[in-house]
Design a binder for this molecule. Structure first.
Ligand SMILES: [Cu+2]
Length: 120
């Protein structure tokens, strides 16, 4: 029975290592759903030191601008801003600070294309 324990310990150590690596990068896609454009998932919760990659899987131009939308206007807080992304293009940002980071897509503010990154 003792000889069986070692491989199990090794396996769980490997699984822990791979889950740590997997959580270092989180992908958010820009997608079309019916007539709407969305960030998917709309809200993500991550740990400090996680890189978020936004991937435009739609055929429209989208971007990622940090800040809130008030009265149908985006208020950019200067934390991050991507260029316009064509289909298949990506933008990444490394979140080192804890906090809540709302963002929006500038061309689609009126369609409420917004998202939120929660770092804790
Ligand atoms: Cu958009």
């Amino acid at each position: 029975m003792i000889s069986l324990k070692k491989p199990i310990v090794l396996l769980s150590a490997l699984m822990m290592a791979s889950s740590v690596l997997a959580s270092d990068i989180v992908e958010v896609t820009m997608v079309r759903k019916g007539k709407d454009y969305l960030f998917s998932p709309e809200t993500i919760t991550i740990k400090p030191g996680t890189k978020v990659i936004w991937n435009n899987t739609d055929n429209q131009l989208h971007n990622v601008v940090s800040g809130v939308v008030e009265n149908r206007k985006g208020i950019h807080d200067k934390k991050f801003k991507s260029p316009y992304l064509k289909a298949g293009q990506k933008f990444e940002f490394l979140f080192n600070e804890k906090g809540e980071f709302p963002y929006y897509c500038l061309p689609h503010i009126a369609m409420k294309m917004t998202g939120r990154v929660i770092v804790k």
